[in-house]
Design a protein around this ligand. Structure first.
Ligand code: GDP
Length: 517
């Protein structure tokens, strides 16, 4: 199907400040066709970029969300799924990564691979999705290009293939050399214009000194000989990453990145389900919900469920079955998200993301499908929280709202919920502290319940995937609980307690997350 072949859906993984927002803005500018680029405001103007709107939400404490942007480039329809920058919300990012076919890894050339990049990279690798690397801030004195490539290869255990190569760096940056076309995109400091000059490498007009040429020749010889051969199949399986050097801020190397991106990024891929692989060309409309966001308007309790279209064509008013419950319904309240405002969607195709108004029907991980043979897409992976606390309502009389709020917020994936056997205590788990704060705020504001946390010292959660847990195996330091789907989980106080447990009870199989086996 042409619509599918011409779609690309991706997210950027990076450590805060590497330049994700800046690169997104520049890509949107190049795409041009969807909202006018002016709607994406740079931070310099004192306004937030659109992709930062959840940052504002966070400050207001309402919710923390991902937004979706689209651009059209040379006839290719590109969906960018934005992810929260703050690491405390990486669970959101993890889930968003289940809805993309490709990831772009942005690395700061001064800093190399940072903690959050590594964490998110691992999620991409687990899913085997292609990763394109953009090494940013070439206009600064960064690390040696070869050094950065070696770091990627060693830390991420992935082959690299530099698509272009910098000539100089920081103050002496002259341009980047494209290996495919043997051209130089020249760089002039302070020039943020859209028009970049490109020269054939042997063009005497190219703004390179003899020394530049010599250094470039040497580098190219080295990477040609010692580097990997380009292998498209490896790229598409996530085993090799094409690397691009550039500067998002100076809008340098961004367009050629986008040209290659369109070529190398995967179009919407088949997805595993309980009925086998579902091809995007399957006639039945189907998709799954990867994210639920509380509405921007705190006065209303309704939410927006983000659905990734996986097969068929979505049309407004379409009849679907929610496969978890078997309930049938018409989807007519659909909205598609643009950078700054919302339009009603009439049609959407595999790879697209639509937002559905929700009054509590949907859960993260739900599959929606037309026709009579419904199926489920693979379960949404559940990631191991790192902080836990027992939670109670301050006023016992509020228990009804307390349960309601807990239910809804757990379905939205705001926080993970565990219950203890016997006492049935509520234990909440989060990847980061801010997640607790948002949870507390929303319980108070939306459900009018003041809650109390009693923090636990446990740091590690492991799902029990094999063997039977007996009473003697657990105690306060290795506590048995059940997740919201009633699966057994053990909370360990620390690595040491976990290791001891594994040595003592080797028959028990443990996994660090559900769906991550
Ligand atoms: P994010 O946190 O990854 O979204 O990063 P931003 O896009 O907000 O960028 C973080 C900071 O780095 C901002 O001050 C940007 O202006 C700056 N920045 C982004 N790209 C470049 C670049 O190519 N060169 C330089 N010198 N600064 C950059």
């Amino acid at each position: 199907m042409e619509k599918t072949a011409n779609r690309r859906t991706f997210a950027i993984i990076s450590h805060p400040d590497a330049g994700k927002t800046t690169l997104t803005e520049k890509l949107l500018l190049l795409g041009g066709s969807i909202r006018s680029a002016g709607t994406v405001k740079g931070k310099k103007s004192g306004k937030f970029a659109t992709s930062d709107w959840m940052e504002i939400e966070k400050q207001r404490g309402i919710s923390v969300t991902s937004s979706v942007m689209q651009l059209n480039y040379n006839g290719v329809h590109i969906n960018i799924l934005d992810t929260p920058g703050h690491e405390d919300f990486s669970e959101d990012t993890y889930r968003t990564l289940t809805a993309v076919d490709t990831a772009v890894m942005v690395i700061d050339s001064v800093k190399g691979i940072e903690a959050q990049t590594l964490k998110l990279f691992k999620v991409c690798r687990m899913r085997g999705i292609p990763i394109l690397t953009f090494i940013n801030k070439l206009d600064r004195e960064g690390r040696e290009p070869l050094d950065l490539l070696t770091e990627i290869e060693e830390t991420l255990e992935m082959e690299t293939y530099p698509m272009n190569w910098p000539v100089g760096m920081g103050k002496t940056l002259r341009g980047v050399y494209s290996r495919a076309d043997e051209t130089i995109e020249s760089f002039q400091e302070g020039d943020e214009g859209d028009e970049r000059q490109t020269f054939q490498i042997d063009d005497p007009e190219a703004p390179l000194t003899d020394a530049d040429r010599e250094a470039l020749d040497e580098d190219i010889m080295l990477i040609d000989e010692a580097g990997n051969d380009f292998d498209r199949e490896k790229v598409q399986k996530g085993k090799m990453t094409p690397v691009f050097f550039g500067s998002a801020l100076a809008n340098f190397g961004v367009q050629s990145f986008l040209d290659h991106f369109v070529d190398l990024a995967l179009s919407p891929q088949p997805r595993r389900s309980t009925s086998g692989e579902i091809s995007p060309d399957d006639d039945r409309f189907s998709g799954f919900i990867f994210k639920i966001q509380a509405n921007m308007n705190p006065a209303h309790r309704d939410r927006i469920a983000f659905l990734r279209v996986c097969s068929g064509t979505f049309e407004r008013g379409i009849d679907i079955e929610l496969s978890r419950t078997g309930k049938r319904m018409k989807l007519n309240q659909s909205q598609q998200f643009f950078a700054s405002d919302r339009d009603t969607v009439e049609k959407a195709y595999p790879g697209d993301i639509i937002g559905l108004y929700d009054t509590g029907t949907f859960q993260v991980g739900d599959t929606l499908v037309t026709g009579n043979d419904s199926f489920h897409y693979e379960e949404m992976p559940q990631f191991p929280p790192e902080q836990f606390a027992k939670v109670t309502a301050k006023h016992a009389l509020k228990h009804k709202q307390f349960h309601k709020g807990m239910d809804q917020l757990v379905q939205e994936g705001t926080i993970q919920l565990y219950r203890t056997p016997y006492f049935d205590d509520y234990i909440v788990g989060a990847v980061g502290e801010l997640q607790f704060q948002v949870f507390e705020y929303r319980m108070k504001n939306e459900y009018k319940v003041d809650i109390e946390f009693q923090p636990y010292s446990h740091e590690i959660a492991r799902w029990v995937t094999g063997g039977t847990i007996t009473d003697k195996m657990t105690d306060q330091r290795r506590m048995l609980v059940h997740d919201h789907k009633d699966r057994p989980v053990i909370l360990f106080e620390n690595e040491f307690v976990l290791t001891m447990f594994q040595q003592k009870f080797p028959e028990i199989e443990l996994s660090s997350g559900w769906g991550m086996l």
